[in-house]
Design a protein around this ligand. Structure first.
Ligand code: NAD
Length: 493
């Protein structure tokens, strides 16, 4: 069973073929010869074995990406780079059914959600940055009469992209697309739990004509492959999405050669509902805000703050929505919520539910494992949650809503801003002045008013404090992947 798959279509996955690394345009086994299992979270069954990169393989991948940067890719006209990225988008579009199935199989995400949300976002991101490839301009900045002074933006170099398992395709593309638009090359380290679609993306880039080495994919574990990428002296930039603990570790390691780093970390986002809001819309969005992707979303609205005058009513509405969610097989198009990503994550969420009970919060609905196969947890709502409880402070990363009553605006702001995170927040009100007061005073990288959760690649995305720093998306991402250079030409007078 040592055949390497050329393509990792689900049919091939079903035969349990081994999947090798993608380095320099070739599928190659890890030098150690080791493979690790990737499991289907809906059943716990093994779906494939994947080559396990370690420091030696990462070194080869980084060298290959350096060579690509200094070779064809680095010499290519920006417009041509953009065209190749458009072809990459075409290749993804042609392979979308396969990608959706593969992503669902590997991550447990419902196919309907991937088709509606993830895949369109992947394409939107790629096409947006493809169009930007030849619009990365410098500035002519007049200084003196005897000089022509201007700036250009050059690619930052070899990028190490480390992504989590909750949106493998989408977050992968958030990093790949702006890096390629800027002329960088990328070594992508997918999460060890969800390596399959990253490998397929790498193949599709090659099929589109993007030269080998421009996008290398090295599945492996964080402590080995991930750490090696962050430690590597020839990696110029690390773009990371994941947990604050690993984010801190990455920052320390990046000090070695002073790599540039952007960190998109966790959240404990507050969704604040005032009595003058459309309570039906607010409750619907609040439930979607925490139960979407089984709550495994960095910007999940995991704290639902409700004014005490409508608290009981909103709790009941959110709980009713939770009970109505169809939990089950992610491959079934009618499924609303799939499993958690792993046994470990399921146990972590169940432990937090126990913590909530012990802390004295009232379990309104859910709170248990769903079924006996796979890693499902029922949509869970806790009421009577106090702001200092652990379920109100710590990121659970599961389908657990902490519903917290508040008395007035000051109270709501104090609670909303009272965690270590600053990623996103929502406010529901019909009072436009209050909406503006809250957007000003909420500590968050994104504030939603009378909605919760939408993102768009045109808008900067990221947070501060334990949610990390730097922004992905939009024109801001161009700064992440370019280095400005000043040119001073002595023209004489
Ligand atoms: P994680 O930090 O455990 O792992 C993320 C990635 O880092 C994986 O690829 C992992 O292999 C790698 N890694 C682990 N240790 C490493 C090390 N020492 N050096 C280099 N790489 C290492 O996070 P996770 O459990 O996969 O993802 C969940 C977390 O991601 C949550 O905290 C969530 O909030 C966060 N997240 C944030 C955003 C955002 O945009 N802010 C989006 C999605 C997820």
């Amino acid at each position: 069973m040592s055949t390497s798959a050329k393509s990792i279509a689900p049919a091939v996955v079903a035969q349990n073929v081994r999947h090798d690394l993608l380095i320099d345009g070739q599928r190659v086994p890890a030098l150690s010869g080791r493979y690790f299992d990737t499991l289907n979270p809906a059943s716990g069954a093994q779906i494939a074995q994947v080559a396990e990169a370690d420091a030696q393989d990462v070194d080869i991948a980084v060298r290959s990406s350096r060579a690509a940067l200094e070779g064809d890719w680095g010499q290519m006209r920006a417009s041509e780079r953009g065209m190749l990225m458009m072809k990459f988008a075409d290749a993804i579009r042609s392979a979308q059914d396969e990608l959706i199935d593969l992503e669902s199989l590997d991550s447990g995400k419902p196919v309907a959600a991937i088709r509606r949300q993830d895949l369109p976002a992947v394409l939107d991101t790629l096409v947006y940055y493809a169009g930007m490839a030849d619009k990365i301009n410098g500035q002519v900045i007049p200084t003196r009469n005897d000089a022509l002074t201007y700036t250009v933006r050059e690619p930052v170099g070899v990028v190490g992209a480390i992504v989590p398992w909750n949106f493998p395709l989408m977050i992968g593309m958030w990093k790949i697309a702006p890096a390629l638009a800027c002329g960088c090359t990328v070594v992508l380290k997918p999460a060890e739990i969800t390596p399959l679609t990253a490998l397929r993306l790498g193949e599709l880039a090659l099929e589109a004509g993007i030269p080998g080495g421009v996008l290398n994919v090295v599945p492996g574990f964080g402590k080995t492959a991930g750490q090696a990428l962050v430690d590597h002296p020839d990696v110029d930039k690390v773009t990371f999405t994941g947990s604050p603990t690993v984010g801190r570790q990455i920052l320390r390691s990046a000090a070695g050669n002073l790599k540039r780093v952007t960190l998109e970390l966790g959240g404990k986002s507050a969704n604040i509902i005032f009595p003058d809001a459309d309570l039906d819309a607010a409750s619907r969005a609040a439930a979607a805000g925490i139960f979407f992707n089984s709550g495994q979303v960095c910007s999940a609205g995991s704290r639902i703050l409700v004014h005490q005058s409508v608290y009981d009513e909103v709790v009941e509405r959110v709980a009713a929505r939770a009970r109505a969610i169809r939990v089950g097989d992610p491959q079934d198009a009618a499924t609303g919520m799939g499993p958690l990503i792993s046994q470990v994550q399921m146990q972590r969420v169940l432990d937090y539910i126990e913590v909530g009970r012990r802390e004295g919060a009232r379990l309104v609905t859910g709170g248990a494992r769903h079924g006996e196969r796979g890693y499902f947890v029922t949509p869970t709502v806790f009421a009577g949650v106090a702001p200092q409880m652990r379920i109100s402070q710590e990121e659970i990363f599961g389908p657990v809503a902490a519903m917290i009553p508040f008395a007035d605006e000051e109270d709501a702001l104090r609670i909303a801003n009272g965690t270590v995170y600053s990623l996103a927040a929502g406010v529901w009100t019909a009072d436009i002045a209050r909406a503006h007061r809250f957007t000003r005073r909420l500590k968050a990288g994104t504030v939603w008013v009378n909605t919760f959760g939408p993102t768009d690649v045109r808008l900067p995305w990221g947070g501060s404090r334990d949610s990390g720093f730097g922004r992905e998306h939009g024109e801001m991402a161009i700064e992440n992947f370019t280095e400005p250079k000043v040119v001073w030409i002595n023209t004489g007078r």
